[in-house]
Design a protein around this ligand. Sequence first.
Ligand code: HPA
Length: 277
Amino acid sequence: MTDQNFSLKINEATEYISGVLPEIPDTCLVLGSGLGALTDRVEVLATISYANIPHFFKTTVPGHEGVLVYGVLSGKKTLIMKGRFHFYEGHSTQEITFYVRVMAKLGVKNLILTNAAGGINPAMKPSELMLITDHISFLCDSPLRGANLDEFGVRFPDQSCVYDKNFINIMLGCAEELGITLHQGVYAYTRGPQYETPAEIRALKAWGADAVGMSTVAEAICASHSGLRIMALSCISNLAAGISPTPLSHKEVMESALAASENSIALLERFFSKLEG
Ligand code: HPA
């Protein structure tokens, strides 16, 4: 895809969404595995199926529905991506971050990302939550590869503070108020769809990773390039390979993410209540 085509596609998707919605809120929330129920807590004002948005893809992962919800969460108007795209589904990294460009072009300022992740740090137990403070992305393609989209950001963007410090502090405060354990740590991004080998997990641990997963980071890189403020929350859905005494399964990941969803939802609701706007 040439950059000109890509920019045209971003514009088409942006125009479609802004034509359907009465206004564009400041915040977009992306729901990862097990968090679909959060929309039960939202006053839904409008929904748009991804199938109707030009150049969006169909989601293929169970639990990733493929609907953009415009609604009110804790008093804040929000765009909620119910389902995201993954590299392992066969899309390019530029394609899985297409929606982030569209959000930036729409005028969204904050991107709140959620996911399920394997715990590498022994302090992190299944169904506990981890705030991402930094990431390791160099095993995967950059979403910024190819001609730079100058209208969004610079060719060589700084990455020393991808995750907003103010958002991290707000989340830590919310967790304390609610009595919810909230770890902080480094998330290592892998391509999937196979889970890691025990040797890969040992290598990631030596690199300083606390958790591992197959989403979020490309979106965060793209969003930081576009100047968005980012917060990312992982649900530790399983112990990573080799740390876990049993083989990993998507079923286990989904079950733990669901078990943690009450805490994740409570935390996100409290966080949204504290957002400006
Ligand atoms: N590895 C990679 N991705 C994941 C895992 C894991 O252990 N758990 C949930 N997503």
